[in-house]
Design a protein around this ligand. Structure first.
Ligand code: HXC
Length: 257
C-alpha cells in the first residue's frame, strides 16, 4: 500500500511506523489513522515481526487530532460514525508496541502514545491534554489512561488547565518509562524493540496481556489471570529452551512455539 501520512519500514524483527504529516505537526486526521491501522494490522500478521515502534518527527510526535477536520463535526455524525473508536486499534494490538516521542505529544497525540505499551521520550518531549482550550475534553482515552498513569491530581491538572508537561516531569510521574537525548531516541527505541523481538513472541504477548489486566480488573482476579497464563507457559517449547539454555550457559534460540 502507498502511504501518504506515515512511513512504514521493517528493521529486522521490528516494525517501524513514522508519523509523517509535517505540514500539520502530524495532526491525526482520518486518513492518517486509517494508514496507521493498516500498517499495524500488517505487522500483527507478519510472522517476522516481534515488536513495533511508533514515532514522529523531531518537532512533533503528534499535535493532536486534526482540529480543522474535526471542527465542523456535529453530534449525530460523531455518534453514528463512533468517532474515535477506530483510533484505538493500537491499544488492541497483541504484539508489543513502543511509542518513541520527541517534541509535541498533545491531545490525541498524547492519547495515542498512551495506547502504546510504553513510552520512551526524548528530552524535548512535551505532553499535554489541551482539549479544554478548544471547548472539548480528551476523547481517545486521555481522561482514563492519563489518570491511571499519573494519578488523579496531576491528570486533573493536565486536563483542566491544558498545560504541557516536559519529559522530566513525565518520567517522574510515570507517564514515560525513560528519557533519552533527542538524537538517540530512535536508536534507543529500536534497541528496546529488538530486545523484545528477540524473546519468544507468544511469551511477550502473554506478558503484555497480563500487565494490561492490571488496569482492567481487581488485584485478586489479576493475580488469578497471571497464574493461569504463567502455568500455560510450561506448555511452550520456548520455556524449555529458555531454561535449558540458562542451565547450559548458552543463548536461547526461541522459535515462538
Ligand atoms: C490541525 C494543526 C494541529 C492540529 C498544529 N497544526 N496542530 N492542524 N490540527 N491539532 C497545524 C497548524 O495549524 C499549522 O498549520 C501547522 O500545523 C504548524 O503549527 P503552528 O501552530 O504554526 O506551530 P507552532 O507555532 O510551533 O505551535 C505548535 C503547537 C500548536 C503548540 C503544537 O500547533 C498547537 O497548539 N496545536 C494544537 C494542539 C492541540 O490543541 N491539540 C489537541 C487537539 S484536540 P498552518 O497551515 O497554519 O501552517 C484533540 C482531541 C483529541 O487532540 C480527542 C479525540 C482524539
Amino acid at each position: 500500500m502507498g502511504y501518504e501520512n506515515i512511513r512504514v519500514e521493517t528493521r529486522g524483527k521490528v516494525g517501524l511506523i513514522t508519523l509523517d504529516r509535517p505540514s500539520a505537526l502530524n495532526a491525526l486526521n482520518s486518513a492518517l489513522i486509517d494508514e496507521l491501522n493498516t500498517a499495524l494490522s500488517g505487522f500483527e500478521t507478519d510472522e517476522r515481526i516481534g515488536c513495533t515502534v511508533i514515532t514522529g518527527s523531531e518537532k512533533a510526535f503528534a499535535a493532536g487530532a486534526d482540529i480543522k477536520e474535526m471542527g465542523s463535526l456535529d453530534y449525530m455524525e460523531a455518534y453514528l460514525s463512533d468517532f474515535i473508536t477506530s483510533w484505538e486499534q493500537v491499544s488492541r494490538t497483541r504484539k508489543p508496541v513502543i511509542a518513541a516521542v520527541a517534541g509535541y505529544a498533545l491531545g490525541g497525540g498524547c492519547e495515542l502514545a498512551m495506547m502504546c505499551d510504553f513510552i520512551i521520550a526524548a528530552d524535548t518531549a512535551k505532553f499535554g491534554q489541551p482539549e479544554i482550550t478548544l471547548g472539548v475534553m480528551p476523547g481517545a482515552g486521555g481522561t482514563q489512561r492519563l489518570t491511571r498513569f499519573v494519578g488523579k491530581s496531576k491528570a486533573m491538572d493536565m486536563c483542566l488547565t491544558g498545560r504541557m508537561m516536559e519529559a522530566e516531569e513525565a518520567e517522574r510521574c510515570g507517564l514515560v518509562s525513560r528519557v533519552v537525548p533527542a538524537d538517540e531516541l530512535l536508536e534507543e527505541a529500536l534497541k528496546a524493540a529488538e530486545k523484545i523481538a528477540d524473546f519468544s513472541l507468544p511469551i511477550a504477548m502473554m506478558t503484555k496481556e497480563s500487565v494490561n489486566r492490571a488496569y482492567e480488573t481487581t488485584m485478586s482476579e489479576g493475580i488469578r489471570f497471571e497464574r493461569r497464563v504463567f502455568h500455560s507457559m510450561f506448555a511452550t517449547e520456548d520455556q524449555k529452551e529458555g531454561m535449558s539454555a540458562f542451565a547450559e550457559k548458552r543463548k536461547p534460540q526461541f522459535n515462538n512455539k
